[in-house]
Design a protein around this ligand. Sequence first.
Ligand code: MV4
Length: 446
Amino acid sequence: MFEKILIANRGDIALRIHRACREMGIKTVAVHSTADAGAMHVRLADESVCIGPPASRDSYLNVPAILSAAMITGADAIHPGVGFLSENADFAEIVAAHGFTFIGPRPEHIRTMGDKIAAKRAAIELGIPCVPGSAGAVSSAEDAMGIAQEIGFPVLIKASAGGGGRGMKIALSIDELGQAISMAQSEAEAAFGSGEVYIERYLGRPRHIEVQILGDSHGNVVHLGERDCSLQRRHQKILEETPSPALNAAAREEIAEIAASAMRRLGYESLGTIEFLYEDGAFFFIEMNTRLQVEHPITEMVTGIDLVREQIQVASGAPIGFLQADIVFNGHSIECRVNAEDPVSFRPSPGRITDYHAPGGLGVRVDSALYAGYEVPPYYDSLVAKLVVHGTNRNECLLRLRRALDEFVIGGIDTTVPLHQQLTKVPDFINGDYDIHWLENVFLTR
Ligand code: MV4
């Protein structure tokens, strides 16, 4: 097992990884920008290294500075956390080339899944159901016309280098196709440096359901169930829950088994998430995330499995310590993402925390790096806390969630706590009756 891990991240996720390390007897190295010198992840770590000025590009994305920090502290492994360098295949390769273990999948799997066309091609080969569409990139309008005629309108043009919804264009009919393609191509070229696009049938009212996977270096792969992440605004998840209120036991088992056996065939190692759209009882693969996810705690709450501990263990070469049949799914869990934002305009609200009281009690978990007196810097993601609640069933989980939200005090800045208080009281949410557009088109327009 590793003796010392460098955590190449900040905020609540750096704390989350530090906690797993502590429980495993592994020393931690925090890295931080000058803006984060007083941050909780720095205070809790065994050692810390300043890696640059506030801008992420110069600090949390500064590969030479991070590698230097690992060398001077004698770390064995680097955990990239979420965001930043976590899905950068070149970084994973460079880390290994310098003699450190990258805590994540093999670089080739990161690279394949980062290219959405290559990811979809891999998914098809592995027997994962995909949205009907082009077999690869579409280059010309004529090419696209043929495919669109086959799959039917509306169609969606997506950037191969995209993901997270950037560079997507809908064409409702053949008249809109040519323009949609050239717009998607030029937007993708400007945003990602690659204008490669592909076409899919546009699903109008799907849910976003993702399956959590864990693989080791001995060929074992298990799934840890699904998460329903349909409640999003501008491709940012707001609240996630497991199990999905939209699935019955048979559908849940089927998609999770398809995902796990595909990853077994791929020889996938580490944590991974296969994302699907679910509409009219059918699943369609859209993307795969090759990292730990923000919403991993809800899976931990219903399985009792420490995902970060497992991720570190498999990275050290150990086999997964349990079988699929040993995993018991217990009750229901919901995560509310608390952002330092105005709950109506969603404008960022950095600043000093004047009061802080986190909710507690049975079935309540708060992952946050906040403390009274801390100053939320303006330079990074606005997520400041995850409120994660567990109940024996969805109703108990909801009652507990409302209670916990009412207890949460974060003074001095605006947060999205009031948004969650409203969301968890509306009938459509209470009934689990929502799709990927409901939050923006129904809830936020009331
Ligand atoms: C789609 C889709 C409808 N049909 N693909 C958005 C981000 C990227 N992960 C994939 N996305 C979508 N792909 C087809 N063929 C609708 C979306 C989409 C979406 C997906 C998940 C969660 C929220 C969303 C919001 C808008 C659009």
